[in-house]
Design a protein around this ligand. Structure first.
Ligand SMILES: O=c1cc[nH]c(=O)[nH]1
Length: 442
């Protein structure tokens, strides 16, 4: 959008901007049928100093006429895996399945994941997310021994480097069976606590799932940690680990935050059972993040020449109706769990709208990529209000149908009141990490 020049100093007004009611507390209408109001946004010293109904505006260059373009707060991506991003060229998923992904990542990790490899791919991912307008991001870190000794120091350095641009959080990621090694798990929890991070695991329906969850909760309480689980990322009707997590949270009267990702099996289970599970999830104060793109890729993967019949996503509508905080997020990017993706939360929202029907009505679904994940992560982001940092994205679209139909590659990302230089890194930067299996030469 070369026609818009955002001042680099002083105060200015973004005039005639469309803000969404769900992301702008206290915004007075009138709202259009998409839930947007036309306003002038005053910005000074990197902060939003006023949001007012369209009115008298100063003359250019202090006033920039957005002609009704949509302005959203910067995005919050609460479930990613930037430690494994972009390994697809050297380690594709052999059959597109969850088991194929686990095996491929395990093999790649053993051979390639030294500190330099992890750091370069992580930095590539963060530059991409930043350019797309993301302000806060939680990544899981594969923490199966000895990887935790490599990836956690890299993460802590990366978090320092990115402070002020992306608020970076991490959650440990191990299969729940790893919790059986009590002494090792306690050491991991100490590392997580020292890094001011979040304790996590992937739950499976193991015979000892309940005692393992008890150990996770006891450890989180002992170290004062929040929790983040991957649960029921399968079409297996018998997968009810989300319910087991909720029961454990209630049993332990857990006071920290809990985020659970995926919960795919829920949408295949009988209604009565599902509603009982959701009541427990609501009572336990658990938040849920759906990862629609990764779910489409892995779930209902068939090898018999037939077409997938199931979208794989969880029951976000039913959850929201019960007051369960719900978000959507990027998940994996160009790795065996998901071959595609670019950490672009506009793409995630566009896909979620189509797959999960975030329309008719749109209501407050936009919160799923901004305000709600910000609350889940406990960061000051995801809303535009007077006094908040002027961290926002200006799009060309003036309505949801315009915004969600095009990639909006020329969006303007404003941080602390100034337009950032958006440069999406080139894949060829990573070619040398991809080994002999990959060459950019024809
Ligand atoms: O979806 C998933 C599950 C486990 N590990 C990942 O990286 N992604």
């Amino acid at each position: 959008m070369t026609d818009l020049l955002i001042p680099t100093s002083g105060w200015y007004v973004l005039g005639n901007a469309r803000l969404h009611g769900s992301l702008t507390p206290g915004l007075d209408g009138p709202f259009d049928r998409d839930g947007f109001a036309l306003v002038d946004i005053a910005i000074a010293d990197g902060k939003v100093t006023g949001i007012a109904a369209r009115g008298e505006r100063p003359a250019p260059p202090r006033s920039i006429d957005l002609a009704g373009r949509i302005v959203l707060p910067c995005f919050v991506d609460c479930h990613t895996h930037v430690d494994k991003g972009h390994i697809w060229p050297r380690m594709p998923n052999p059959d597109g399945s969850f088991a194929g992904a686990l095996g491929a990542v395990g093999a790649d990790r053993l051979v390639h994941w030294n500190a330099a490899d992890v750091a370069r791919r992580m930095d590539f991912s963060l530059r991409t997310a930043y350019a797309h307008g993301t302000k806060a991001l939680r990544t899981h870190l594969d923490s199966v021994a000895p990887q935790e000794t490599i990836s956690w120091p890299v993460f802590e350095e990366m978090r320092d480097e990115w402070r002020g641009r992306i608020d970076l959080q991490a959650a440990s990621l191990i299969g729940i069976e790893g919790v059986r090694e009590a002494a090792w798990f306690e050491t991991l929890a100490r590392r997580v606590a020292a890094a001011k991070a979040v304790l996590g695991a992937v739950t499976y329906m193991l015979p000892d799932l309940e005692p393992l969850l008890d150990r996770v909760f006891r450890t989180a309480i002992e170290f004062g940690l929040d929790l983040d689980f991957h649960a029921d990322e399968t079409g297996d009707l018998a997968a009810v680990s989300l319910r087991r997590i909720a029961e454990a949270a209630l049993r332990h009267r857990f006071g920290g935050k809990i985020l659970v990702g995926h919960c795919c099996a829920l949408s295949r289970q009988p209604d009565g059972e599902v509603l009982e599970t959701l009541d427990k999830v609501a009572a336990a104060g658990i938040a849920v993040v759906s990862l629609p793109m990764c779910n489409l890729f892995l779930q209902d993967r068939r090898h018999d020449g037939t077409t997938p019949r199931w979208r794989g996503v969880t029951l976000l509508h039913e959850m929201k109706a019960r007051g369960i905080p719900v978000a959507v997020a990027s998940d994996n990017t160009r790795d065996p769990f998901y071959a595609y993706g670019d950490l672009d939360m506009l793409e995630v929202y566009r896909m979620a709208t189509r797959i999960l029907h975030f329309d008719h009505p749109v209501g407050d679904w936009p919160k799923t990529v901004a305000a709600t994940p910000a609350e889940i992560m406990g960061v000051d982001a995801g809303r535009l209000a007077v006094g908040s940092p002027a961290d926002l994205v200006i799009f060309k679209g003036r309505s949801w149908t315009e915004l969600l139909s095009r990639p909006e590659s020329d969006r303007i990302v404003v941080r602390d009141g100034r337009a950032i230089e958006r440069s999406i890194p080139d894949y060829c930067e990573l070619d040398e990490l991809m080994g002999s299996a990959w060459t950019s030469k024809p």
